[in-house]
Design a binder for this molecule. Structure first.
Ligand SMILES: Nc1ncnc2c1ncn2[C@@H]1O[C@H](COP(=O)(O)OP(=O)(O)OP(=O)(O)O)[C@@H](O)[C@H]1O
Length: 501
């Protein structure tokens, strides 16, 4: 049809003002004889099949046809101001229809002023994936030097440095679901590739070092932990999947149980993915990452949302290979984030009818602690946002931990804490709970109240401040950052010796 459009323009100079998409208004397509015949009557609308920027030249051809009328051949379409361009994209750029790579070049140049080389490489990979640069090789040549600054310190050969940069960018592209060979960059030499093309996520997870002593934890699990451990690992062993929720108040040994499970699964050479809702909780799990970062969960999820990794990405490959997936503090996350992972896993596993595509997934949490944050949300909205309101909840096998292992020697404290969480502790009309005098340091309203608190928590501070175990075995917690700053300033003022920054 397009070549016949060129012919029609050749034969009918009067029609050369008509854009390709408007051609059906004045001409009709003769299917059998395959040519554009002048239309005598009736009004007809036309459209050009859609194309998206990722399709490259097909997209740019469409852009040209939508803006440039009267062309009589492909060569004519590529000719701008008497110059035959090498691509539809170049022609579009010369005509000002497509933004040139200058802005992308400027973006990288500006980032070079302050960004570290690894951030520049990430920016470069992001530009390749999302900004459709026309002259990838030109951008590469102009910015290779700043992108390779760190490798220059450890490698002397420039070829080796270039290969290191390429390998790093390939890993980033893989995690975004793209292959470096789709971009006109220098070729990766297999001799420099220790990963043999394996996705970075898989290398990361399969090389997580686990503490040998964690493998012994399974022998000291208490009764409830042991029951959960056996049931979950039996599902991993069978490989037929399962959804579990380890429900335990603070201190009942959820993390302890996780460490034992992770060590057991990883020791067998299988992949166990450890995640948690908050960075702090993730950091105390061996190889832990936040769930949002590991599963590429969008920052805001609607019902039916999916994670932002593709079927071909390193993340998808990793999830397909995983034997066990752990998500700590799931009680604090919004149900839609968990449902997004469920949707994506059903998709990548190709098993739509089973939760998480038939993988063994373990959540934990304590709904007595912190609920998901819903800005200015009502009680109902907060509950609706929590995992308990998810359609997945009723199919989750509940595994309960009851014994407080943290406050094992202080049963009063353990029981009282549980009572607060369960709402059974005695409270006044406004819900305030009266704490016993012996665990309180009453405020006098005097300025030295804070000094008294510091003295109570850090007795004989002057004599002990050089003792690291003394300092790390106690802490003052506060609800607000303002108070944290005040306490820090007071504490630092009390340290002796010269200031070192
Ligand atoms: N079976 C066990 N044997 C010995 N110590 C244990 C056992 N289980 C847990 N602990 C210890 O109890 C303390 C609390 O355990 P852990 O941090 O795993 O609890 P948690 O449920 O994750 O708590 P939180 O919800 O507050 O994070 C830790 O010091 C841990 O080492």
């Amino acid at each position: 049809m397009l070549t016949e459009y060129f012919k029609a323009n050749e034969e009918h100079p009067w029609a050369r003002h008509i854009l390709y998409k408007d051609f059906p208004r004045s001409f009709m397509w003769e299917k059998k004889k395959k040519f554009w015949k002048r239309r005598v009557e009736c009004f007809q609308l036309g459209r050009i099949v859609s194309a998206n920027p990722a399709e490259g030249e097909r997209y740019y051809l469409r852009v040209l046809l939508n803006h440039v009328p009267g062309k009589t051949s492909f060569e004519d379409l590529l000719t701008v101001d008497g110059v035959v361009c090498g691509s539809f994209r170049e022609a579009g750029e010369r005509l000002g229809l497509i933004e040139a790579d200058n802005t992308l070049n400027d973006c990288l140049t500006e980032a070079e002023e302050w960004a570290m080389p690894c951030s520049l490489r990430r920016l470069f990979a992001t530009i390749l994936v999302h900004c459709e640069p026309g002259d990838v090789r030109g951008l590469w040549d102009r910015h290779l030097e700043p992108m390779s600054d760190d490798y220059h310190r450890t490698h002397t050969s420039s070829n080796e440095v270039e290969q290191m940069v390429l390998l790093d960018i390939r890993g980033m592209l893989q995690s975004m679901g793209k292959d470096i060979i789709d971009f006109s960059l220098p070729t990766i030499d297999d001799a420099f590739d220790p990963t043999e093309g394996e996705a970075r996520e898989i290398i990361e997870e399969s090389t997580v070092e686990f503490d040998e002593s964690d493998t012994n934890l399974s022998s000291s699990l208490n009764f409830e932990q042991r029951a959960a451990f056996d049931e979950i690992l039996a599902a991993v062993e069978r490989g037929d999947g399962g959804m579990f929720f380890v429900d335990g108040p603070g201190g009942t040994g959820k993390t302890f149980l996780y460490r034992a499970m992770l060590a057991k699964v990883r020791r067998e050479g299988k992949i166990a993915i450890a995640t948690a809702t908050s960075g702090v909780a993730a950091s105390i799990m061996p190889g832990g990452r936040t769930a949002h970062s590991r599963f590429k969960i969008p920052l805001s999820c609607d019902d039916g949302a999916s994670c932002s990794f593709t079927k071909q990405s390193g993340t998808a490959k990793l999830l397909r290979m995983a034997s066990l997936i752990l998500w700590g503090e799931a009680s604090m996350t919004k149900r839609r984030a968990v449902e997004a992972l469920d949707n994506s896993m059903r998709d990548i596993m190709g098993i739509r009818h089973r939760p998480f595509g038939g993988k063994t997934v373990v959540f934990d949490g304590d709904f007595r602690q912190v609920f998901p944050v819903v800005r200015r949300g009502s009680r109902g909205q907060i509950i609706d946002a929590s995992l308990r309101s998810s359609h997945l909840w009723k199919s989750m096998r509940q595994l309960r931990l009851i014994t407080n292992m943290r406050a094992g020697n202080d049963t009063w404290f353990a029981d009282s804490l549980l009572g607060v969480g369960n709402g059974t502790e005695e409270a006044d009309d406004q819900g305030n709970i009266l704490l016993p005098d012996d665990i309180c340091l009453p405020s006098t309203g005097e300025v030295d109240d804070l000094e008294k608190l510091i003295d109570r928590v850090f007795p004989s501070l002057d004599d002990n401040m050089a003792d690291s175990s003394y300092m790390t075995s106690r802490a003052i917690l506060s609800m607000t950052n303002d108070n944290v700053d005040k306490i820090n300033i007071r504490m630092i003022e009390r340290f002796q010796g010269d200031e070192v920054i």
